[in-house]
Design a protein around this ligand. Structure first.
Ligand SMILES: *Cc1c(COP(=O)(O)O)cnc(C)c1O
Length: 458
């Protein structure tokens, strides 16, 4: 029997959701220009658009919200968060920020000069964008198996250390103001990075005098994968694995909307005092004073509590169990997926499911729209709508390797029957897949077009 560790919580407040009927769904998606971002959330039954800021807070967090200290400077909630930060991550200094990208904006602004290159396993899109906005160049050095959708390996998020050494030699340390690694690797399917890999990467950066920052959004999920999969860590408490990870770094940034189990927030943490002073000045200019950084005192309180809850092992076993369960359920329904399941999401392989739809007609979009039409389920296309672009000289379209639809699982929100329902919907779609048709744009802006484009069926 397929099973995952039962929810280590019971539900005492509920938010109603409704499945509007098929005819209403057809009208809603037509009105949205066949763009899932254009739907009213009320017209969605199961919303798997993102796991960012969409989780449920606990009773302790809600109680913390009431206890939040809204003092402008030196609030009690700030000191509570500082104590938790120091215990978990061990960095000497940190500032709160309103989201992860605000932390990225500050660090890239302070450290990058035009022409600099920043290595990572893979940069998330906001990191990529912030580096480019400073006229730097993000460089992805993930191992090659990360792109093989069927390779079942424990740590597909690992950086290729040979590529990293070669990159440093070719680029020159004077053009690499810092290096980073994303755990788990969001842009590469939420795949984890091993502690051994983080250790090797840290050592390479250190040997070359390059400061090492961790993009820590899903550090708790990554630590649990290490406990499950990396020899020598089976018996280690999660908190010790986490401390071992961050001991290897000079700093970190994080979107608290992920593993800190809150709806808004983030932070930037460092060891270097001089850098911290510069960060503080930037923060005061853009975000707010150093003891709140663009957040309310109550948000700091909720983050402090959420960071600890996100490290509880029964929560993590349930969380990653749920993702694996959804992956297995979808496979049983005949839906091809990217393997193995990542931490926060399952990626459907629309390119393999719909070979009759050419990339120019967006097979990922066709599948994402079908999930809504057939089940009121909202995922997000990660394929040619998001990534195809014309060659700058020949104007010929360049298409991405994969046509995917991501179903990201909000934390502590949906139950097993919701996941089973997604499986049933997938089964229905697989049975009529030949009837699905592609789409063409009726409107598309030049940049980040996935958010506002409109489509019609071909
Ligand atoms: C979400 C995310 C970010 C950006 O955080 P926001 O809070 O959305 O600004 C950066 N890196 C990774 C890996 C993320 O998943």
């Amino acid at each position: 029997m397929k099973i995952y560790p039962p929810e280590p919580f019971r539900i005492k407040m509920v938010e109603p959701i409704h499945l509007i009927n098929k005819q209403e769904r057809e009208k809603a998606i037509l009105d949205a220009g066949y763009n899932l971002f254009g739907l009213r959330a009320e017209d969605v039954f199961i919303d798997m658009l993102t796991d960012s800021g969409t989780g449920s807070m606990s009773q302790a967090q809600w109680a913390g919200i009431m206890m939040g200290d809204e003092s402008y400077a030196g609030a009690r909630s700030y000191y509570h968060l500082a104590e938790v930060m120091s215990d978990i991550f061990g960095f000497e200094f940190f500032v709160p920020t309103h989201q992860g990208r605000a932390a990225e904006s500050i660090i890239t602004n302070l450290l990058i000069k035009p022409g600099d290159k920043i290595p990572s396993n893979m940069h998330f899109d906001t990191t990529d964008g912030n580096i480019r906005a400073r006229l730097g160049q993000p460089v992805n050095l993930v191992n090659d198996q990360a792109f093989d959708t069927q390779a079942i390996l424990p740590f597909k998020g690992n950086m290729d250390t040979n590529k990293l050494r070669q990159f440093i030699k070719e680029t020159g340390v004077e053009n690499i103001p810092f290096g980073t690694i994303t755990i788990t690797n969001n842009a590469g399917g939420g795949q984890p990075v091993s502690l051994q890999n983080i250790r090797e990467v840290s050592q390479i950066y250190r040997e070359n005098g390059i400061p090492f920052f961790i993009d820590a959004c899903r550090f708790a999920e990554n630590a649990f994968f290490i406990k499950q999969r990396e020899p020598g860590y089976e018996e280690k408490p999660i908190i010790e694995i986490v401390r071992e990870i961050f001991k290897l770094a000079d700093g970190a940034w994080m979107s608290a909307k992920k593993d800190a189990l809150v709806n808004i927030g983030g932070f930037l943490a460092v060891r270097d005092e001089a850098l911290f002073q510069k960060i503080s000045n930037e923060l005061i200019l853009r975000e707010g004073f150093v003891s709140y950084g663009g957040l309310a005192g109550r948000d700091l309180e909720a983050i402090a509590i959420g960071l600890r809850e996100g490290l509880e092992e029964d929560y993590l076993a349930y969380r990653l169990g749920q993702t694996a369960y959804l992956a297995e359920t979808l496979q049983e329904s005949g839906m091809p997926i990217l393997e193995p399941a990542g931490g926060h999401a399952v990626y459907l392989d629309a390119g393999s499911l719909l070979p009759h739809i050419p990339q120019a007609e967006f097979p990922g979009q066709a599948l994402a729209v079908a999930l809504y039409q057939y089940g009121g389920i909202r995922g997000v296309e990660i394929g040619s709508v998001m990534f195809a672009y014309p060659h700058p000289e020949t104007n010929q379209m360049i298409y991405p390797k994969l046509e995917l639809v991501r179903l990201a699982i909000p934390r502590r929100v949906y139950t097993q029957s919701h996941l089973d329902y997604i499986g049933e919907t997938a089964k229905e779609i697989v049975s009529i897949k030949e009837n699905l048709r592609g789409f063409k744009f009726t409107y598309a802006p030049k940049l980040l077009r996935q958010f506002t484009a409109r489509f019609e069926p071909v």
